[in-house]
Ligand binder design. Structure first.
Ligand code: BES
Ligand code: ZN
Length: 883
């Protein structure tokens, strides 16, 4: 049956709903294959759509309708029309009315993991974006806000814990103990995508939080029995998030309870359902033995993110799904700020920018490029993208940069005051900042509608007689699918001019305008800024703190880059200079490998790196970031066309080897110095020392001497925490050989019964650049612990292979692409959302050299032509192919 959701939806066609639903009462009887859902809806004509006398059309998919009655009267077959995706009343009352609907759903068979499903025996739900319509017929759109009362009943043995949104009202036994029930009430009107329920045999860890106005909140995190201790870090993170939002944004929590449930099978990382967040368990469970520092950090930020949605997303939600960045971009900005405050702000910024460039810049440079606020979609699940999230966060950050901290906070306050309880738009959000600051943000709003990463070309001219500097900035916004011509944008450029001693010079504009906070506004296609009283030719430090998500091109000699790398007062730009130097070096080596030309630049870079690393006033976590090279995907993006991933891989290995050799003693020293002496602590400073030590180990291992391999094997064997163990396992798997074999066997033996930790074992093998990897990965898809119905397994094995193993995924024979196509098609039958995501790994195929390009095209065409095919995969495949 063809679902009529496969047609595109357009922002310009938005209309308020003809009807509203203001009260929902659900009665859900949980059974593995026959869960009965009785809903009672109070419906009224929307006063804002007065005069639109339409029939009521409710969304519904994969539902079995049992009964429907209107104002207490049972409806017959001719009173409504059913399609695969809707239920329409033949005659809709003109005044408020009540609709009662009974539907049956099958949680056990639900492998798409949208609606109500079972994960490891636990009943749970996922409704964003359009999963509620898989539970009952409803106006499943975010601008329909209702209060919910939910009664759940279940077998008390299978599901002793029954949870829903809001506050608990009552619970009790039924049928002499054969069933039990719980009632929940959420007083805050919410859209259906925030509905959630859980029923299962889970163990809680509990705590309490006292809000700033003195309200007591009961906190609980529900996990598998026996894993309670591993939820302690998530609980700690939750409390710190709650406190931070009070302090930084004045936002207090608004219910008596806040529950988090960890489940094993989950399409995303986590979900912000009102008062009942549901998490992928890999983002809750952590202990030193089982979780890396990266996971501890991710738990902290995702717990914060979902909690922060309570205000940015839940209290103020989105009018329609085109406004997704209104909640996601803003909430990512908030979680980034939280992490920056809890940890090192500079390191956090480096991590966030690295992530932005690797994911979002790549997305924006290819066929899937779209504006932060898209104008049309076929499947909304395909728009939970790096652009909406990460570029969306950058846009909020630019508003903060342009307004300054105080005016930004005023704008946020105004937003909360004006729109609390509403389904708002991006337009309304920006208006709050314009109103709070008096600034005109009209041009700035192009950031929401124009896709593509702007390029800034900078030129600096120094006049030694006049002592002036002319900084010329040109902006080019590239053409993207559907947007051939672009207007110039408002780009905040934070900058400094470094004098001969490396110190910042005063910034005095000839125009007399003040350069507040070091930020100038680039608003024209070409713009010149003249600075006066500049005693000598300065070195420009542009885009400090990465003040805008743009590609900067500036032709600086290596000497200047080294100066910035050694002493820019902006630590972010110091890192940026080191990273640019590495990228230059790698790009040059890639062409050198093709032409046989040799260069001294790698050595020069290695020495400059060594000099910066020697500065131990820089915190270890920062130095660890310096030691990380740009990824192969970053280099591929910068090269942009006729990419040969094998050459990039070789250039990277060579540079790592050279760094290992050139800086050997220094790295060995760091490796010793950074060793953990005391017991494990997940705090940022300890994690930073481990990161630096492991980064040093990576470079030392690249030399590949017998002692290096011994050190690595010992690092694995002696590891007292998962950070070190997983790092060593990945490095060993890169090299292969008996040491790798032994470590993988040991890891498997130790962790095969832990479904979270074992994913590291799958991923370690999938990321290995060795020739045998594809056949290994294929064999692992048949492994007893692998399952296509478990998204974490799919991501660990297939996702890691396709998106972090450029050299083996892009095998010249195209076997990597064919493998991915097979997996995507198999997965599409089960879980289209995950299938479409996996396919995204092929988005850069057009930038490949011709041989691989032809092979990739063939695999993509096979996908597009396959039937049946979900709207999710169809949309991604055809966009990737056609653009
Ligand atoms: N609202 C999303 C989860 C979601 C996304 C549900 C798409 C359904 C479809 C949640 O707030 C979120 O953004 N989660 C992120 C993690 C976050 C820290 C960026 C995720 O799940 O990856
Ligand atoms: Zn979110």
């Amino acid at each position: 049956m063809k679902l009529d959701t496969a047609r595109p939806v357009h922002l310009k066609n938005y209309r308020p709903p003809a009807y509203l639903i203001d009260k929902v009462s659900l009665d859900i009887s949980l059974e593995p294959t026959q869960t009965r859902v009785r809903s009672k809806l109070s419906i009224l004509p929307n006063p804002k759509a007065a005069g639109r006398r339409e029939q009521l059309r409710l969304d519904g998919e994969h539902l079995q309708l049992e009964a429907i009655s209107l104002n207490g009267r049972l409806l017959g077959k001719k009173d409504y029309k059913l399609t695969a995706t809707s239920l329409t009343l033949a005659k809709t009352p003109t005044k408020a009315f009540t609709l009662e609907i009974t539907t049956i759903v099958n949680p056990e068979a639900n492998k798409a993991l949208q609606g109500i499903y079972r994960s490891n025996g636990v009943y749970c739900s996922q409704c964003e974006a359009q999963g509620f319509r898989r539970i009952t017929y409803f106006l499943d759109r975010p601008d329909v806000l209702a209060t919910y009362t939910v009664r759940i009943d279940a077998d008390p043995a299978a599901a002793p814990i029954l949870l829903s949104n809001g506050n608990p009202v009552e619970r009790g036994m039924l049928d002499g103990g054969k069933r039990h029930y719980a009632v929940w009430h959420d007083p805050h009107p919410k859209p259906s995508y925030l509905f959630a329920l859980v029923g299962g045999d889970l163990a809680p860890i509990s705590s309490t939080f006292r809000t700033k106005s003195g309200r007591k909140v009961d906190l609980a995190i529900y996990v598998e029995h026996g894993k309670e201790a591993r939820a302690a870090w998530a609980m700690d993170s939750l409390k710190r998030s709650m406190r931070w939002d009070e302090k930084r944004f004045g936002r207090e929590y608004d219910l008596d309870v806040f529950n988090i449930v960890a489940v094993s099978d989950f399409n995303m990382g986590a979900m912000e359902n009102k008062g009942l967040n549901i998490f992928n368990d890999r983002l809750i469970l952590a202990s030193p033995e089982t979780a890396t520092d990266a996971i501890f950090e991710a738990i902290e930020s995702v717990v914060a993110h979902e909690y922060f949605h309570n205000w940015t997303g839940n209290r103020i939600t989105c009018r329609d799904w085109f406004q997704l960045c209104l909640k996601e971009g803003l909430t990512v900005y908030r979680d980034q700020e939280f992490s920056a405050d809890e940890r090192s702000a500079t390191v956090q910024r480096i991590v966030d920018v690295r992530q932005l460039k690797t994911h979002q810049f790549a997305e924006d440079a290819g066929p899937l490029s779209h504006p932060v606020r898209p104008e049309s979609y076929i499947e909304i699940n395909n728009f939970y993208t790096a652009t909406v999230y990460e570029k969306g966060a950058e846009v909020v950050r630019m508003i903060a940069t342009i307004l300054g901290r105080d005016a930004f906070r005023k704008g946020m306050d105004l937003y909360f005051e004006r729109h609390d309880g509403e389904a708002a738009t991006v337009e309304e959000f920006v208006t709050c900042f314009a109103d709070a600051s008096g600034l005109d943000l009209t041009q700035f709003k192009l950031w929401y509608s124009q896709a593509g990463t702007p390029e800034i070309i900078a030129n600096l001219r120094y006049d030694k007689d006049k002592k002036t500097v002319d900084l010329e900035l040109e902006q080019i916004v590239p053409a993207t699918p559907g947007q051939p011509n672009k207007k110039p944008m408002h780009i905040p450029v934070r900058l400094g001019l470094l004098g001969a001693n490396g110190h910042d010079l005063d910034l005095k504009l000839a125009s007399g305008e003040e350069v507040s906070d070091g930020v100038v506004a680039l608003t024209k296609r070409r713009q010149s800024f003249r600075f006066i009283d500049v005693p000598s030719r300065p070195v420009p430090s542009l885009l400090r703190g990465f003040s805008a998500p743009v590609n900067l091109t500036i032709d600086l000699p290596d000497d200047d880059v080294e100066l910035l790398m050694a002493g820019d007062s902006d630590l972010f730009n110091r890192w940026q200079a080191a990273n640019d130097f590495a990228a230059r070096t790698l790009i040059e080596s890639v062409s050198g490998l093709a032409s046989g030309k040799r260069s001294q630049r790698p050595l020069r870079y290695a020495r400059a790196l060594g000099a910066t690393l020697a500065n131990d006033s820089l915190e270890p976590a920062y130095r660890a970031e310096l030691l990380k090279l740009p990824t192969q995907a970053d280099i591929a993006r910068m090269i942009g066309k006729n990419v040969d991933p094998a050459l990039i891989h070789r250039a990277q290995r060579n540079l790592m080897k050279l760094i290992g050799r050139t800086l050997g003693p220094q790295l060995e020293q760091l490796y010793k110095e950074m060793e953990d002496k005391g017991p494990f602590s997940p705090d940022a400073a300890s994690a930073g020392r481990r990161a630096l030590r492991n980064a040093a180990l990576t470079m030392l291992t690249a030399r590949g001497t017998p002692e290096d391999i011994k050190r690595l094997a010992k690092h694995y064997a002696k590891a007292s925490n998962m950070t070190d163990r997983a790092h060593a396992l990945f490095l060993l798997a890169v090299r292969g050989g008996p040491e790798a074999k032994a470590a993988l066997a040991n890891f498997y033996k130790t962790w095969s019964r832990d479904h979270v930790v074992i994913d590291t074992w799958f991923a370690a093998q999938a990321q290995s650049p060795l020739t045998g990897t594809l056949s290994r990965v294929k064999a692992l898809t048949k492994h007893a612990l692998f399952s296509l119905t478990a998204p974490n397994k799919v991501r660990a094995l297939i996702g890691t292979f396709a998106s972090t193993n450029p050299v083996q995924f892009n095998r010249p024979d195209g076997a990597g692409y064919e493998f991915l196509a097979d997996q995507v098609l198999a997965l599409d039958r089960l879980n289209p959302q995950i299938a479409a995501r996996m396919l995204g790994a092929m988005r850069s195929w057009r930038t490949l050299e011709s041989g691989r390009r032809a092979k990739a095209r063939k695999a993509l065409q096979r996908i597009v032509r396959a039937r049946p095919l979900s709207a999710d995969v169809q949309e991604i495949a055809s966009r990737i192919l056609d653009a």
